[in-house]
Design a protein around this ligand. Structure first.
Ligand code: BES
Ligand code: MN
Ligand code: ZN
Length: 498
């Protein structure tokens, strides 16, 4: 898809399709009004006849509008002017793209970016439009031998901004939006990939691919032999029953003008399949445990996005690749593992494997003397129960880091909600035989998982994102969401002060 922005007048656009908004009830936005004047009231006459009320998502496609040089004019209902929210704006853009895909127009000049979205600037209108269009056009067909027929799809999109002075912001929004969308798309592709293909080795190959693609990136891979030397015994225990060896990929992006600037570190859980191990999961929806690597997928996507934008920061992304399988070598409930940090952990449930892999990865990153560390993981079903599918769970002992992440989440419209940590929860992790147990009982399951990780992150500023509810959708629309790539990328954009 090709995107551009301009500040042009609606009467002069020679294009396959002009897109303008109509508010409820039958109120033309300024671009539509200009077209109405030019066509001597053609549009308002249609509206008066009742063809379009302006309800959000309604559309009316017009051909040969008098005196208008564009082939088509698409009127899009935008709801009540004062109630236009981000969510509604995105739905309107989505509906627009779906409608245009059915018309055979390969280009649109879109005036919806001129609308006023509550609390948002022209920058955000353009950025959300790019992200939403890419989202709408996304399909994962790599494994379909019969590919769905592609019609003459939308190829070129030109967004209009109302004021010339907003053009620079709009250009920046375009670059950011394209980079975020690329990151999201890549994260989705990796996440949707089946677990017999996307194994830890596959993740490592992707990580190495980034180093070939971008001169700002170098990648190193830690294999099981090196993990053993480092004492990453919790990570190795989880991997032991799998035929697929574990690989920890370390992706280093150097973009800061100061090469010695302390890095921001992102650690992604990359469980390419989570069977539960000996504490095996029930069969229902077990296929969805291929998505247990969505944390790693989001780190991969974010690294790609920041490399595209050439953000002036140093960032290190880890993909903690592993598979939780079952065989005679499987680790057991009752086993006591000595983690890389030296802390011992009694395994009470082999399905609480993510924290075991992450605790060693989080110890490993101490070597980078990070400015801060964020781990991203589909860690607990309990987080889905607590927050549903809409908010990722955020936990951090640092109020300032938590607040920065919450505002990035709000800016990017990739929502997160903070949950507490604390010594009360630490009590739940007591073991009779080791320093820690790997589960903390039924109550506050998302929090005790975060609290478990807190024991391994004392040497730096740290936050944990539990994306179990937000990383993918189940049911008819089953598929990865690419979250929280846009949250993380926004956080890094903010850190780069660009
Ligand atoms: N990957 C799962 C968490 C998960 C489950 C995410 C379902 C999304 C949907 C994680 O490894 C896990 O199994 N967690 C257990 C922890 C429990 C044993 C304390 C869980 O949430 O049930
Ligand atoms: Mn599990
Ligand atoms: Zn898991």
């Amino acid at each position: 898809m090709e995107f551009s922005v301009k500040n042009g007048s609606v009467e002069k656009q020679r294009t396959a399709c002009l897109v303008v908004g109509v508010y409820e009830p039958r109120r033309l936005c300024s671009a539509a009004e200009q077209l109405d004047k030019l066509s001597n009231g053609y549009i308002s006459t249609l509206l008066r006849r009742g063809d379009l009320e302006g309800k959000a998502g309604q559309t009316l496609l017009l051909h040969n509008v008098p005196n208008v040089p564009a082939d088509r004019v698409l009127l899009v209902g935008c709801g009540k002017e004062r109630e236009l929210t981000e969510r509604q704006y995105k739905q309107i853009i989505q509906k627009t793209v779906q409608t245009i895909n059915d018309t055979g127009s390969m280009e649109m000049v879109c005036f919806l970016t001129e609308l006023h979205v509550k609390g948002r600037s022209p920058y955000w209108n353009v950025r959300f439009a790019v992200e939403t269009i890419q989202e709408t056009q996304y399909a994962y067909n790599d494994f379909k031998s019969i590919k769905p027929e592609v019609r003459r799809e939308l190829r070129r999109v030109i967004f209009n901004v109302a004021n010339r002075k907003d053009l620079a912001d709009a250009e920046r929004a375009l670059e950011h939006g394209k980079a975020v969308a690329l990151g999201v798309t890549n994260a989705k592709n990796v996440a949707n990939c089946p677990p017999n293909v996307c194994n830890p080795k596959y993740l490592a190959e992707l990580a190495k691919g980034l180093a070939t693609e971008y001169d700002t990136i170098s990648t190193t891979i830690v294999d099981e032999k090196q993990m053993a030397e480092l004492g990453m015994n919790a990570y190795l225990a989880v991997s032991r029953a799998s035929e697929n060896e574990a690989f920890l990929s370390v992706i280093e992006y150097k973009g800061s003008p100061n090469p010695d600037a302390k890095p921001i570190v992102l650690v992604g859980k990359g469980m390419t399949f989570d069977s539960g191990g000996l504490s095996i999961k029930p069969a229902e929806a077990m296929d969805e445990m291929k998505y247990d690597m969505c944390g790693a997928a989001s780190v991969y996507g974010t690294m790609k996005a920041i490399a595209e934008m050439r953000l002036p920061l140093n960032v290190i992304g880890l993909l903690a690749g592993c598979e939780n399988a079952v065989d005679g070598k499987a680790y057991r409930p009752g086993d006591i593992l000595t983690t890389m940090s030296g802390l011992t952990v009694e395994v009470l449930n082999t399905d609480a494997e993510g924290r075991l892999v992450l605790c060693d990865a989080l110890t490993y990153v101490e070597r980078f003397e990070p400015e801060l560390v964020i781990d991203i993981a589909t860690l607990t079903g309990a987080c889905m129960i607590a927050l549903g599918n809409h908010n990722s769970g955020l936990m951090s002992p640092s109020n300032s880091l938590a607040n920065e992440l919450l505002s990035a989440a709000e800016q990017a419209d990739d929502k997160a909600w903070r949950l507490p940590l604390g010594e009360e929860y630490q009590e739940q992790l007591k073991s009779n035989f080791a320093d820690l147990a790997n589960i903390g009982g039924r109550l506050g399951g998302a929090i005790t998982a975060g609290q478990f990780l807190a024991n391994f992150t004392k040497k730096y500023t740290w936050a944990h994102l539990d994306i179990a509810g937000t990383a993918w959708k189940s049911g008819a629309a089953k598929g990865a969401t690419g979250r929280p790539v846009s949250l993380l990328t926004q956080f890094l954009i903010n850190k780069a002060h660009i």
